[in-house]
Design a protein around this ligand. Sequence first.
Ligand SMILES: O=C(O)[C@H](O)COP(=O)(O)O
Ligand SMILES: [Mn+2]
Ligand SMILES: [Mn+2]
Length: 563
Amino acid sequence: MATRPPGEGKPWELAAHPRLAKGTVVGVVVLDGWGEAPPDPFNCIHAADTPTLDALKKAAPARWRLIKAHGTAVGLPTDDDMGNSEVGHNALGAGQIYAQGAKLVDLALASGKIYEGEGFKYIRQSFDDGTLHLIGLLSDGGVHSRFDQLQLLLKGASEHGARRIRVHVLTDGRDVLDGSSVRFVEMLEEDLARLREKGVDARVASGGGRMYVTMDRYENDWQVVKRGWDAHVLGEAPHKFKNALEAVKKLREDPKANDQYLPPFVIVDESGKPVGLIQDGDAVVTFNFRADRMVMLAKALEYENFDKFDRVRFPKIRYAGMLQYDGELKLPSQYLVAPPEIERTSGEYLARNGVRTYACSETVKFGHVTFFWNGNRSGYFNPSLEKYEEIPSDIGVPFNVQPKMKALEIAQKARDAILSRKFDQVRVNIANGDMVGHTGDTEATIVGCKAADEAVKIILDAIEQVGGIFVLTADHGNAEDMAKRDKSGKPLRDKDGKVQALTSHTLNPVPIAIGGPGLAPGVRFRTDLPNAGLANVAATVMNLHGFEAPDHYEPTLIEVVDK
Ligand SMILES: O=C(O)[C@H](O)COP(=O)(O)O
Ligand SMILES: [Mn+2]
Ligand SMILES: [Mn+2]
């Protein structure tokens, strides 16, 4: 796995591909959360009517195959780690496998280097007189954060001088089973009790469900972040409890309650006073390593000038992210672990070689096909060659209520971009499989998968009209398995006999299909790369644009044979 970009110093100009022509429009479609699994009633992709995608599969193995989208193939610590959008789109766009945030934090904690870095030295200045606040997702999903990393950080920070610690917990139920919040809070409380025995004043101070409190993304709804600010910083929330375990247990008594959407709560003392306001002189660490759902709070915590909501009070704190969440904005300016330096992405190469690109998705996935695709970099490489378009997502409506999401609108934008002939690459993310899959609602996910298939048809029809090429793939699995299973693969049932919904991503591989009238007849998938993964896609796409990929890229999936 690369930690430094190996292509450094080499020329940006790409050699012409010996057999494939330049100038053909390439449509790149990423179906979010669309893995491959055996037929099963809880495989929503199988259960849905998806004639367009079914037809593509018939071209296997020459023009349809599976690729890896989880674990070490995308830079995660182990092959037990499911894939996710960040690492998936990073690999798709970068063409190389980088050690990702989860792994870099593991290494920094294991070696103790995390405590020697600038970020930790900075927050430590608050330990004598202030409180250390840790804010983040309480989960072992490994997508945004990991519980064991929080445990190590609590231990390490107290050993390095933190005397008063407050944890602000966001319950998950999305990357892990709904209802698991109770167990995570129990485990955290045990750790905090152990710290208290050692004389550290350590407590949970506030919390709420990740999708309703704090962890919005791509500025979809700042009210989510405001709820978090009010609870974590100001100590204000509609629900007040004596401890966090009571909080999650009580809030979950509502029959409609769900870990993802628990309302904000604040922990108060005997006199009703919040136990952990964020005050002048305190230190704050947001312990998520993934950026997209922390960068909004990071802005609120760091920016002097801020107008997204009324912060009421802007405490003078020392703030560090677990990682730096935005390398362009240098936000946060202090961080505990340096993020992967993803450079020489295919987007940058193609822009420097004159390829005109259009990228589009709806808000909840917009950063995936732009920011993540481009190696966690915001903005254009060359504004005169690129256009990125965002379609506003529905706000305040759960995705199982509107499972078609903006699939049709995205497809129409892509179609118009293809037919305009103003672009060489038209790239979209279609969100349904993932966003509806995360709700755990099987019926709605089936509706969402059908809508995604219809969107693909619109795009492929446009590619057909202009004589173009398409590349269709996914970033990780989700909708193809909606049931929690035992080791033998049998769905697990709860005490009422209901199958337990799997809201998370999966370890499954994802399909990749190529085709279109512009694809030279001799192009087919190589057979010598059985273990290929998402990082092999970038070289493939470069070839289809008529270029050889740089040497340090993972190899292309295609070859050209005489016909
Ligand atoms: O942030 C989320 O919605 C989930 O934790 C992961 O989903 P994504 O990786 O598909 O964005
Ligand atoms: Mn995804
Ligand atoms: Mn997802």
